[in-house]
Structures are given as C-alpha cells and as structure tokens.
Design a protein around this ligand. Sequence first.
Ligand code: NAP
Length: 237
Amino acid sequence: MQKITLITGASRGIGAACARRLAADGDLVIINYHHSAEAAQKLAEEIGGIALCADVSDQTACEAMVQTVLKQFGRIDALVCNAGVAAAGLFQCMEEQTIQRLYGINLFGVRNVIAAALPSMIQQQNGAIVTVSSIWGEVGASCEADYSASKAAVIGLTKALAKEVAPSGIRVNCITPGVIDTEMNDNLDEDAKAALCEEIPLGRMGRAEEVAAAVRFLLSDEASYITGQILGVGGGF
Ligand code: NAP
C-alpha cells in the first residue's frame, strides 16, 4: 500500500529534498507550504504529489490541512515536521514579533501539525513522525538564543511524545541538521561560510539531500525499533 506522507515546509530546501526522496521511494507526498505556492505546485507536479497551503503556526489551518488529507486519502502514515524559520540578533534586541514568529513556527508549528495528525495515527495504531530541530537546539548558538530554544524544545517534545505514543505503534524521532546549504543560509557571505566550514570536521556544508536520506531512514521500516532518538546530520560539527 502506498504510504501517505505529509511534509511541512516542503516548498524548498530540506523539506523539498525530503519530498523528492520519499516520492522516489514510492510515497504519495503532501507538500505543505505557506508563501511559496508556485514552487510547491511545481514540485507537486514533478513528484506526483499534492501541494497544500497552511501556516503551521495556525492551529486551525493545520487541522484543516490534515482533514483535507484524511478526506482524500483516509490516513497519514508519515509526518515530517520540517517547516522552520531562523532569526539572529542579540538576545536583548530581538523584537517581540520576531520572537513570536520563531516560537510560533518552530515549536508550535511542530506541535500543531502533530496534534492534528495524531488522532488518525492512534486510530490506525501505526505511524512515523520525524521532527526537524537543529544542532543549535543541542548546543546553543550565540545571537540565536530564541531559535536555539525553539529547536531545543522540539527535541524535548520528540523524546517525551515518543514515550507517550509508542504503545499506539507510533514512532517519533528527531533530526538535528548542522549547517546545510539552503536558502536559510543565504544571508551568510562566502567568508562566513568558509569560516563555518573550517569548524566542520567533514570540511563542508551539508546538502539537503543528505538530511533527506536520514529522514527517509527514520520513517522507514528499517528503523522499526528506533524511537525517541535524536540523529545529527552535521558532518561531525
Ligand atoms: P528554508 O530553505 O528557508 O525553507 C523553509 C521552509 O519552511 C519553506 O518551505 C517555507 O515555506 C517553510 N515555512 C516557513 N514558515 C512556514 C509556515 N509558517 N508554515 C508552513 N511552512 C513554513 O529552510 P531549510 O534550510 O530547508 O530548513 C528546514 C528546516 O531545517 C527548518 O526547520 C530549519 O530550522 C532546519 N534547519 C536548517 C538548517 C540549515 O542550515 N539550513 C540547520 C539546522 C536546522 P514557504 O516559503 O512556503 O513559506
């Protein structure tokens, strides 16, 4: 039976790489996006999936998105909570709106989508969830306290929820990417990228496809006895 997989923030970057990888493995992929409608639609046509708009920070929108999927396909087998935003700045200089956006999308976005999809997974007594945190959620980044905190919370949520839903046959794991070459890092100039690469044992930024390979593994039956785990994809950073 074809797996129905919902990926948030899949219009580009890591989410789009996950969509391509999972579709190549045979999944029917639902590409969630917020602003990038054209890119999401194009990707949906490329991989034979469907694109659905929802702001993950909006609980009602997440519920509506999940209901649309359930109405059309009857179930959700796998969920990748990938949508995220970054913002850097001194802790005391962060604007309230930016702080709300960081936690709203990075933490509550994960919570909202899982909360919407979980009842159907519990009903089917089966499901796999992968959350996308960040290495900064593990070690903290200077001038990214709120981003780091939002991502650290995702790790806590993953570990706790994994224990809670394991008896229902649902696995929950987390990926912590290091520095991955996506639009999220477009603000870094070449010198900043080179300096970062010097700190990365493998000596380079990661590719979105390398994160997608880890997501694919954690969602697959090959990871059937793995839950509550945090898998770093950071070149040894
Ligand atoms: P990206 O290229 O900036 O893509 C972000 C994606 O998130 C886009 O598809 C965007 O869709 C979506 N998104 C943003 N706000 C959303 C919202 N409110 N509702 C639904 N979708 C939303 O970023 P990326 O590098 O692929 O990052 C993906 C994830 O990996 C994020 O959680 C990020 O924190 C994490 N991560 C990235 C790195 C890195 O170095 N790149 C490192 C560690 C962790 P729209 O354009 O349609 O809004």
